[in-house]
Write a protein that binds this ligand. Structure first.
Ligand code: IPM
Ligand code: MN
Length: 376
């Protein structure tokens, strides 16, 4: 059998992005070696520095180039000397929208040994996934300003929801709920058996009491698509209440589906309860096209070049990338290695407090993949 080779685009980006991405690549290469597939990587220097020296955010053929890859690994976008919005819209959102990565998938999972700020909650209670719509909502750039700078200034930012966009996102979430349930240790057990109320479950997180047009569309699409998934328990929570429940009862959640802006906000909360930005990863998914994986934290410019930033989030993004490529054994090995390290090695997930430098954490995980470490 010929060895399979995946083509990966690597965009380190700004600040600590390139450092954490390098560690993720180190782990990916190790996993490829061990599990017998190839990774053909191409690096791109897109980000703030390139913009400051050339005046260009992305080359004109960037999207076309990216379409030629099997997956993209991204570090972070955001530069202290570039006005907010330019790089975010010009690079990150341009790729998400341009490659139609309509799902932003963000697992919230507390790994063993990791401290959560939530009292009395452990890995058994914090394990859910947020499916964030990623190409519409408040992120389309629709709207505008008139009378700018005067006392009559008017600014609108339109929340754009299409039935097509909402429905495909909701359908993805139902499929994920079903799949996750089939793969889970509680497979075949009833909600009573587990004592945790476990059954495949999907929460719609919205604000139907105020957004009576936009989220009425979400609600109707949720109910209608939901009829095709009688095995999935349907729940609804307002977004403000969701913030409360994520802190008070995170064990209630399995999969949450939500609009772009709410997903942005609640996944930062999710990241904190799973141990912080040092561990939180996400995927920008086009189920029919090229997907992009990234740590969800920012570029952390103050830590740049100091070898103190935690690369685990980027490594976990790499793990999601492997799963997306169908390299499931490799993905599992990376996740196990990360859990082994959080349980047995790292003192903290915060920058500078891990007990290891950035590159040492990469070495540790790579070695743990080779050794087949697990948290058990
Ligand atoms: C994220 C980020 C981005 C977003 C920014 C950088 C545009 O916060 O990936 O969550 O709002 O989606
Ligand atoms: Mn965000």
């Amino acid at each position: 059998m010929s060895r399979k080779t995946h083509r990966i685009a690597v965009i380190g980006g700004d600040g600590t992005g390139p450092e954490v991405t390098a560690e993720s690549v180190k782990v990916l290469d190790t996993a490829a070696e061990k599990f017998g597939f190839g990774l053909d990587k191409t690096e791109f220097d897109w980000g703030g520095e390139r913009y400051l020296s050339t005046g260009e955010v992305l080359p004109a053929d960037a999207l076309e180039t990216l379409r030629g890859f099997d997956a993209i690994l991204l570090g972070a976008i955001g530069h202290p000397r570039v006005q907010p919005g330019i790089l975010e819209k010009g690079i990150l959102l341009a790729i998400r929208f341009g490659l139609d990565q309509y799902i932003n998938l963000r697992p919230v999972k507390l790994y063993p040994g990791v401290d959560t700020p939530l009292k009395d909650k452990g890995p058994g209670e914090i394990d859910f996934v947020v499916v964030r719509e990623n190409t519409e909502g408040l992120y389309t750039g629709m709207g505008g300003t008139t009378y700018k700078g005067t006392k009559n200034e008017v600014a609108t930012q339109i929340m754009c929801n299409t039935r097509h966009g909402v429905e495909r996102c909701i359908r993805y979430a139902f499929e994920l709920a079903r799949r996750r349930h089939e793969d889970a240790p509680w497979k075949g057990l009833s909600a009573e058996d587990t004592g945790k109320g476990y059954q495949a479950q999907l929460h719609l997180v919205a604000k139907t009491n105020v957004l009576t047009f936009a989220h009425d569309l979400w609600w109707r699409a949720f109910c209608e698509v939901g009829e095709e998934y009688p095995d999935v328990k349907k729940e609804y929570a307002h977004v403000d209440a969701t913030c409360m429940w994520y802190v008070k009862n995170p064990e209630w959640f399995d999969i949450c589906v939500t609009c772009n802006m709410f997903g942005d906000i609640i996944t930062d909360l999710g990241a904190m309860i799973q141990g912080g930005m040092g561990i939180a990863a996400g995927g920008n998914i086009n189920p029919e096209g090229v997907s992009m994986f990234e740590p969800i934290g920012g570029s952390a410019p103050k830590y740049t070049g100091k070898n103190v930033i935690n690369p685990l989030a980027a490594i976990c993004a790499g793990q999601m990338l492997l799963a997306d490529l169908g390299e499931n054994d490799a993905a599992l090995a990376v996740e196990n290695a990360v859990m082994w390290a959080t349980k047995n090695k790292l003192k903290s997930l915060s920058a500078g407090k891990m007990g290891y430098g950035t590159t040492e954490v990469g070495d540790l995980i790579a070695q743990a993949v080779i050794d087949g470490e697990t948290p058990e």
